[in-house]
Ligand binder design. Structure first.
Ligand code: COS
Length: 404
């Protein structure tokens, strides 16, 4: 992978790997079981600067490129996918639209608290009738004196309860389909104020909190259990004009661009799960004996693990290449969809494969592979289902062929 990675990338990766092993690994299982938000470890992530990895140094970030950022996600996911997805949703979905599409005053006002890791952010797109069909947005933004009134709701939003700054989409012109969707920066106080205060992170009293904007109860999920996922409710929420993100009607294309980057993050998270489960499977196969020999010595086991190792290498090429294209400002929508599709299916295969190699032991919570399998499943669904990725890829291929 040295075609892509510099010594600085390696240094960043190694530092995050060490941090994740020392700080997150000891608590990952307990938080998976309880579903409680791990305020202490997220505060440690924030202190380390990992909530602003690809943001410019001038606005509070680490100033690292996309490639370096996805290495961070990959390393966190090797230890705990819940921690990785919260960093990914906060960074790519919550912060980057403001950094990329915001007016200079919006960038100065909202990016530093997110990039410095003072509060968590998120992104509200999905609704009851809008998910894969992102144009089906029903949340409505109607003009009001000095701004807009927003009514509607967003579902399955990462960081919805614990976070404070959100980018949400709403229809400003129902007759214009995708060109009638706009996006807005909306703030609410964290739903876990006491825990945030105890952790010394997660709340900024001076943010412009909007009445009527709140999070519902936390979802009880199969995986990513220590990641906060809730519905966001918008009831007659006044949002001033200066919190509209970009021009009216630009919301759809802007969040499509945001999702292109998000999908590279999900690919990296999936890679982390695949790599860690392969390692656990190989180690186990080397130590357990059956029929007088190590499980590893059975050729079918070696073949299964060799196939997974090959797919991991291929997945890395796809994901790193998509990030590399993005860093050069080149089109990367197709490559991001391919990376997300391939790596998420790989994560599922790898975690299931590791469990099969380990037998009953892999099925118990004595080993983290059962958690990793549950965490892998959502990678095939979130930030665009894999059916949507296939649609995106097919459209690109058709357009390329039509051009020849
Ligand atoms: N980058 C920039 N612009 C894009 C884009 C991208 N990746 N994808 C689409 N657009 C633009 C199109 O060029 C088009 O612009 P014009 O109307 O000016 O030509 C506009 O957006 C509408 O695109 P399209 O007609 O392709 O929209 P569709 O309604 O057919 O939607 C899919 C296409 C299904 C691909 C889209 O809705 C999608 O990605 N859905 C999944 C959303 C998702 O990931 N949801 C989960 C969110 S969890 S955070």
């Amino acid at each position: 992978m040295d075609r892509y990675l510099t010594p600085a990338h390696h240094e960043l990766r190694e530092g995050v790997a060490e941090f994740a092993r020392a700080t997150i690994a000891p608590v990952a299982r307990a938080h998976d079981e309880s579903g409680e938000f791990p305020w202490k470890t997220v505060a440690a992530i924030a202190r380390r600067g990992l909530l602003g990895v690809p943001m410019p140094v001038e606005i509070g970030g680490m100033g690292v490129d996309t490639l370096g950022y996805i290495l961070v996600i990959e390393e966190l996911a090797k230890v705990d996918a819940s921690h990785a997805i919260r960093v990914s949703a906060h960074t790519t979905l919550g912060t980057s639209p403001i950094a990329a599409f915001g007016a200079p005053e919006q960038q100065e006002r909202f990016v530093p608290p997110l990039a410095r890791g003072e509060v968590l952010g998120g992104f509200g797109l999905t609704e009851a009738n809008a998910g894969s069909d992102a144009s089906g947005t029903r949340t409505r933004a109607t003009k009001a004196d000095g701004g807009y009134r927003l009514n509607g709701g967003k579902m399955f939003i990462t960081n919805a309860g614990v976070g404070e700054i959100f980018v949400v989409t709403a229809v400003t012109d129902p007759s214009a389909r995708t060109h009638g969707i706009s996006s807005f920066i909306v703030c609410k106080p964290t739903a876990e104020l006491e825990a945030a205060n105890a952790a010394g992170f997660g709340h900024r009293a001076d943010l412009p909190f909007s009445d009527g904007f709140r999070a519902a109860k936390a979802e009880d999920k199969m995986g990513w259990r220590a990641s906060d996922t809730r519905e966001l409710i918008l009831e007659d929420v006044f949002v001033p004009e200066d919190q509209r993100l970009g021009d009216e009607g630009r919301g759809f294309t802007n969040f499509m661009k945001t999702l292109d980057a998000g999908r590279i993050g999900i690919a990296a998270l999936s890679l982390g799960l695949a790599e860690a489960s392969l390692e656990i499977g190989v180690r186990y196969a080397g130590t357990r004996e059956q029929f007088g020999q190590a499980v590893w010595d059975f050729q079918p086991i070696q073949f299964r693990l060799a196939d997974l190792a090959t797919d991991i290498e291929a997945g890395r090429h796809l994901a790193y290449h998509a990030a590399w294209l993005k860093d050069r400002g080149e089109p990367h929508s197709k490559q991001a969809a391919m990376a997300k599709l391939f790596c998420s299916e790989l994560a599922m295969r790898a975690t299931l494969g590791a469990i099969q190699v380990m037998g009953a032991a892999g099925y118990t919570s004595d080993y983290p592979v059962e958690r990793m399998m549950r965490d892998a499943k959502i990678c095939e669904i979130g930030e665009g289902t894999n059916e949507t990725q296939r649609l995106v890829i097919a459209r690109h291929v058709a357009a390329e062929l039509a051009g020849h």
